[in-house]
Design a protein around this ligand. Sequence first.
Ligand SMILES: [Zn+2]
Length: 132
Amino acid sequence: MSKNRRRQKNKDLSKKIAEERILLLFELAEQNFNEHPDRTHRYVTLARLIGMHYRVRLTREQKRRICKHCYHYLVPGNNCRIRLKGGAALTTCFVCGKMSRCPYYDKPMKESVEPVEQAESDEQVESVEQAE
Ligand SMILES: [Zn+2]
């Protein structure tokens, strides 16, 4: 009994540490994106691996920053484009070119919602297209 309890406690502790490490890796990814874009992919890969190993889920915010298809770290206006449509954010990854959908309301809104374009994103998209 006491053994089990201790194991449970250790498990909770390791999960907490894992969460902290994931948080730290995401911070590092954010800080290093401009200077070392290649490192950010490594950071988020490690964060995902830690999460899988300790069965810690990434937060919603963290999941949004990673491409669902190629697992690259996404920075809006830099390597991804976000369009709001029908109560969901459509994220287009420029690394793999695929789109992922992320609802931003708890209940999905019906068709009455008009697609809302972000005012500043058009400019950013243009600059990315020129770079290609
Ligand atoms: Zn991708």
